[in-house]
Structures are given as structure tokens and as C-alpha cells.
Design a binder for this molecule. Structure first.
Ligand SMILES: Cc1cc2nc3c(=O)[nH]c(=O)nc-3n(C[C@H](O)[C@H](O)[C@H](O)COP(=O)(O)OP(=O)(O)OC[C@H]3O[C@@H](n4cnc5c(N)ncnc54)[C@H](O)[C@@H]3O)c2cc1C
Length: 444
């Protein structure tokens, strides 16, 4: 399919476009395969590269946020996606929002005008057997390639659906209203339990039943798995269904009353630094504003600050820690990379970030050099670490969050001050790392 030394990239979305750019700017040839407009997906509307299928924002651009840090690191690595996003920016407070049409048009133009990038408007049906390959097909990968990916990973390691529970920031939980305990006292006191009395539970069920849900896309109508029903669907099945499901109180005693509560919402620690807790079993399709309003009815979460809200949608992604190394290479085939949403990251920005790392490493391979992991203390590096080292058993794609960064050697209690130190550490370590990487990427 390709001459030797040429990197083949499947998919010109956020990840594939960024990867192609990183490779070509280092002087290497790319064969970039994009199936649109010959074949399209249920979410894309145009033939442009890097089309934003839903919102037009890359989230906060402020350096005191995790996504702000990731953006700054990508800018320092000359990211095409960030360069074009900055050039097509529209007003949106501290968020980096773009004019979506101009954004995709400009990314397409930048890649089309790169002489080292050969564009092929065709569907790739199987993973090329030879050469350096980056699979960047996104969450809506075409059917035949999806079957081939499943053959490569093993059926149990490619997922088709995402049922995501909301995550809240630990320091926004009112600890005076919750208690630590594991069900039946098994294990350490790993969970924070939000107890509900009967009237609170009844009001909560009413609110869920009345809550408005997000419209389901045509590709999301294949029915739910019984194992991960959305909470609003459970509530519809009967007023006590939730009390026998994720809100079951059995095996839990509130130490303040000495009694078992009527219902209990459990919060489970979600990252090593214990900055985030997820609301166990709360996957749902409620609108985001509704989720914030309704979940703040849970005792202890009245002031909750949400890191992520719940959702259920079609999303093909691999069980990354079982398949990938932190370089985004497949463990069992080092010249095969996965990048973007299919590699187990979540979001436009994170997809582009993984494309950037896969692109740099594909170039290194083409030059006969070993692939490198970005420092785990950087936003880029901690994404690589997450996809390769997270728990295989219950793998969930991730957005960038401060909780993914390793804790500081000397803890800083104040949240704002802590973030400042984390950001400084990340940018310093990235600077040192880039100095060792290649001449193009010398620190600016
Ligand atoms: C409906 C929906 C809404 C989303 N909304 C948001 C949001 O608002 N904000 C956010 O941050 N994230 C969102 N995401 C998640 C994710 O960030 C985006 O899907 C993002 O576009 C992923 O980037 P990517 O490069 O991995 O995939 P994509 O941008 O989807 O790019 C993959 C490309 O591969 C092509 N392709 C697929 N199969 C083949 C094949 N066999 N051969 C050749 N080409 C192929 C596709 O046509 C596509 O152009 C959403 C996802 C979905 C499904």
C-alpha cells in the first residue's frame, strides 16, 4: 500500500490530522486515508478533516485548568490543531471555542498543501499488515475495520458503547453529610456514602422521572445493555428499582443514626490523588444542566463541582492498558499505533494530543530510533501513562484532569497553589524533554 518509511494513517479526524502534521513537519511522508465523503459516519456532516461533530469548544484555555495546561503543552509542540484553533477562535470567555467551519477548512487546507502528505479518500477495511501504521478512526470507525481491530485486540478488548458516570471534585463534597464505609464492612472504607431518607429518595426519583433527556442520535438507538441501564430508565421501571440497583442501602449503616438508610448513593474514589469521586452506577442520558440540578439534590452534593457528567453513547475504543504502551504503540506490534478516541482517550483535545504523541513516535520509528514516552508529570505524558497503566478490569476513556498527574513530592494543601506548582512542574519537564527530542522541537 505504501512505500517503506512512509507512515500510513487511517482517519483524518482530530488525532489523524495532528499525527500527519507532526510527521510531515519532521520531513517524513504520510499516506493519509480518510473515508469521507465516499463513506460517512452518522455524526459527521462534511468531507473536511478534523470536523467537530458536536460542540465547538476545546474547553478552558486558562492555565489553572488541566485542559489549559494540555493546550499550552501542545502549543509548545507546534500542534496543528491548536494553531488552527487559535486562528479561528471566537469569543467564549476563558474557553477556547472556534468557528467550526473555518476550523475544519483550515486544518484540511494545511494538510492538503503539505507536499509530503498524500491524501487518499477511501475506506481502509483492514489494518495494513506492513509498515508503520496509525489507526485514528475515532469512535465511529467503519464496520469492516472495526471487525479487524477486534480481531487484532481480541473481541473482549474492543468496546462499542460508553456508559459514563458523573465525576465530582472531592473538595466540593460536604463531608458532614456523608459517611465512609464499604458494603458489609468488606474492604477498607473505600466509599463515601450519601444517605437518603424516604422523602429525599422519593423527591429524587420524581426529579429523575421529570428530567429531560438529551436527544439520542440515530446510532444510539440500538437499545441498552441490561448491565448498564441509565438511571432514568431504571426509575421508569418502578419507584423502588433504583433502591435495588445503584442506590441499594443493604450492608451500610450510617454511624450517626446507627441505622440503615432508606437509600444510599455511593461515591468511589476515581484517581490516585483522591481529588475525584465518581457517582457509582449513575450512567444516564439526562441533559447536562439537568444532571447538575438533580444530582445536587443528593445529600452531600449540594455544592458539587462536576469534573464530568454522565452519558451513554456509541463509542468504539480499545481496552488501552491491555493493548497499548505509553508511546501509543501496540504491545504486540510495535509499528502499529492507535490514537484518538479509539485509543481510549476522551474528547477533541485529548484525541489531538494522542495524535501528536503517536505522530512523533511514528517519525522516530521511521528514523530507526526508539519511541519515547512523554514525562508522566506533563499533561501529555500522563495521558500516555493512563492509557497504558490504568486498571484493565474496568477501563474507561479519560479526559485530561489534574488528578491524572502524579502527586507532588512535597504536598501543597491549597488547591490553587497546588495547581500552580503542578503546571510549573509540567512545563519545566516538557521543556527539558523537548530539548532531548529532536531539533525541530527545541524549546522556544
Ligand atoms: C456524537 C459524538 C459527539 C461528541 N461530542 C464531543 C464534544 O462535544 N466534545 C468533545 O471533546 N468530544 C466529543 N466527542 C468525542 C470525541 O472527542 C470526538 O469523537 C473526536 O472527534 C475524536 O477524535 P478522533 O480523531 O479520535 O476521531 P474523529 O474526529 O471521529 O476522526 C476519525 C476519522 O476517521 C474516519 N474513519 C473512520 N473509519 C475509517 C476507515 N475505515 N477508513 C478511513 N477513514 C475512517 C472518519 O471518517 C473520521 O473522519 C463526541 C463523540 C461523538 C461520537
Amino acid at each position: 500500500m505504501s512505500s517503506s518509511g512512509t507512515v500510513q494513517i487511517i482517519g483524518a479526524g482530530l488525532a489523524g490530522s495532528e499525527a500527519a502534521w507532526q510527521i510531515a513537519r519532521r520531513g517524513h511522508r504520510v499516506d493519509l486515508f480518510e473515508m469521507r465523503p465516499v463513506r460517512t459516519t452518522a455524526a459527521h456532516r462534511t468531507a473536511d478533516f478534523a470536523e467537530l461533530v458536536c460542540s465547538n469548544t476545546f474547553k478552558s484555555d486558562s492555565l489553572d485548568t488541566a485542559t489549559g495546561l494540555l493546550k499550552e503543552e501542545m502549543r509548545r509542540c507546534d500542534s496543528l490543531i491548536l494553531r488552527v484553533a487559535d486562528a479561528t477562535r471566537i469569543p467564549a470567555g476563558t474557553a477556547l471555542a472556534v468557528d467550526r467551519e473555518r476550523f475544519a477548512t483550515e486544518v484540511t487546507r494545511a494538510l492538503e498543501s503539505q507536499p509530503l502528505i498524500q491524501i487518499h479518500r477511501q475506506e481502509v477495511e483492514v489494518i495494513p499488515k506492513q509498515g508503520i501504521v496509525i489507526v485514528a478512526t475515532g469512535p465511529l470507525v467503519s464496520e469492516s475495520l472495526s471487525s479487524d481491530i477486534a480481531r487484532f485486540t481480541g473481541r473482549g478488548y474492543l468496546y462499542f458503547f460508553d456508559a459514563v458516570s458523573p465525576i465530582v471534585e472531592a473538595d466540593s463534597i460536604d463531608l458532614s453529610k456523608v459517611f465512609r464505609a464499604s458494603r458489609y464492612g468488606k474492604g477498607d472504607e473505600d466509599y463515601l456514602n450519601c444517605p437518603m431518607d424516604e422523602p429525599t429518595y422519593e423527591r429524587f426519583v420524581d426529579a429523575i422521572l421529570a428530567g429531560s433527556t438529551a436527544p439520542r442520535h440515530e446510532f444510539d438507538t440500538t437499545g441498552f445493555f441490561e448491565g448498564c441501564l441509565p438511571i432514568e430508565e431504571m426509575a421508569r421501571r418502578g419507584r423502588d428499582t433504583l433502591r435495588f440497583g445503584p442506590l441499594k442501602p443493604v450492608g451500610l449503616v450510617d454511624p450517626r443514626t446507627g441505622k440503615r438508610p432508606h437509600a444510599v448513593v455511593q461515591l468511589r474514589q476515581d484517581n490516585a490523588a483522591a481529588e475525584h469521586f465518581n457517582i457509582v452506577g449513575f450512567q444516564n442520558s439526562l441533559r447536562w444542566g439537568e444532571q447538575e440540578r438533580i444530582f445536587r439534590m443528593i445529600p452531600g452534593l449540594e455544592q458539587a463541582s462536576f469534573v464530568r457528567l454522565g452519558m451513554i453513547h456509541r463509542n468504539s475504543y480499545i481496552n488501552a492498558p491491555a493493548i497499548l504502551m505509553s508511546t501509543f504503540q501496540a504491545r504486540k506490534r510495535s509499528d502499529l499505533f492507535f490514537a484518538g478516541q479509539v485509543s481510549g482517550v476522551e474528547g477533541y483535545l485529548e484525541s489531538a494530543a494522542s495524535g501528536l504523541m503517536a505522530g512523533i513516535n511514528a517519525t522516530r520509528l521511521a528514523e530507526g530510533q526508539p519511541a519515547v514516552s512523554f514525562p508522566p508529570t506533563t499533561a501529555l505524558g500522563c495521558l500516555g501513562r493512563y492509557i497504558s497503566a490504568a486498571d484493565v478490569k474496568d477501563y474507561q476513556p479519560t479526559n485530561m484532569a489534574f488528578g491524572l498527574l502524579p502527586p507532588l513530592a512535597i504536598p501543597v494543601r491549597d488547591k490553587r497553589a497546588r495547581r500552580e506548582v503542578l503546571v510549573r512542574r509540567a512545563l519545566d519537564d516538557l521543556g527539558t524533554f523537548r530539548g532531548t527530542l529532536d531539533p525541530i522541537a527545541a524549546p522556544r
